[in-house]
Design a protein around this ligand. Structure first.
Ligand code: SF4
Length: 284
């Protein structure tokens, strides 16, 4: 559903969107980089409000969270669109394309979540929740106001500006944030983004909610022990006890590199454990 967007300012004949660090300046009739926010005659609209492409009751460990309400299940939903263009995206059919969706109101989503058996709350995942902001914010707020014990979790690339992040955090219990690499070149060339804003998101989020980090180790791209150590050192500088998930890459979407070497995964785990109390291997 098309609805008025938050976090923008009008320029002379363009619009500046500052929801995410891309800071798109959008001409009338055009979309921002995420392909979900569009300038129409001096106003900014988002087109994915309430549009659900995927929904499932998943084990919390699948998000992945290993230290937040373990052995529970959470109602997980996603829409379409992303502000990154990762060549290895596991969910490219909904992140890079306007996938088929079903409109569900915030009231309906929250009621479904609260009446679902064995469900602890709502997870915004599958595509990037940052650029589904208005709906995520409305549903998270309504869920917490209706049942403060229900949990809201985000699985995100962390590419969101400070103001919207701080506005949303009071309604968020846990975030799994991708730290895809410690290289600015990797973020620029493989993801179409930048590293520093992600580091900032991790620092801010860790002060407000439970945080776990995921790094996908991609063969031939970031399967480098020095880089794994830099990632672990940075996380340690925020909090020694933040869990780090080192996830094994398999070929997907545009990237055809071979699956990441298992021995390398084990070495990476050892290096990260020098700096962090919780390191988990995923996809192995
Ligand atoms: S949310 Fe979309 S339109 Fe706004 S700055 Fe980010 S990519 Fe651009």
């Amino acid at each position: 559903m098309k609805t008025q967007a938050m976090f923008y300012e009008k320029l002379k004949d363009k619009i500046h969107c500052f929801l995410c660090p891309h800071n798109c300046v959008i001409e009338n009739g055009h979309f921002g980089k995420c392909n979900v926010r569009t300038h129409e005659n001096g106003e900014l609209f988002t087109i994915n409000y309430g549009e659900i492409t995927s929904a499932s009751l998943d084990p919390i460990e699948k998000k992945p969270f290993h230290y937040f309400r373990p052995n529970t299940e959470i109602f997980s939903v996603g829409s379409f669109g992303c502000n990154f263009t990762c060549g290895f995206c596991q969910n490219y059919s909904i992140s890079q394309f306007k996938a088929e969706s079903r409109l569900i109101s915030k009231e309906n989503l929250v009621e479904t979540a609260l009446t679902m058996k064995n469900n602890i709350g709502l997870a915004f995942t599958y595509n990037e929740p940052s650029i589904w902001y208005e709906y995520v914010y409305d549903c998270a707020k309504l869920l917490k106001e209706t049942d403060p014990n229900a949990s809201v979790v985000l699985v995100t690339n962390g590419y969101i500006s400070e103001e919207p992040l701080k506005n949303l955090l009071p309604y968020v219990d846990a975030m799994n944030i991708d730290l895809k690499s410690f290289s600015t070149g990797y973020y620029k060339d493989l993801c179409g983004g930048s590293l520093q804003p992600v580091l900032k998101t991790i620092e801010i989020a860790a002060k407000h909610c439970h945080v776990e980090i995921t790094t996908l180790l991609v063969s031939g791209e970031n399967d480098n022990l020095d880089e794994v150590e830099e990632i672990a050192k940075f996380i340690n500088s925020v909090n020694h006890d933040i869990p780090l998930h080192l996830s094994r890459y398999f070929p997907r979407y545009k990237l055809e590199n071979s699956p990441t070497d298992i021995n390398f995964m084990r070495e990476a785990e050892k290096i990260a454990k020098k700096h962090l109390s919780k390191v988990i291997l995923g996809n192995v």
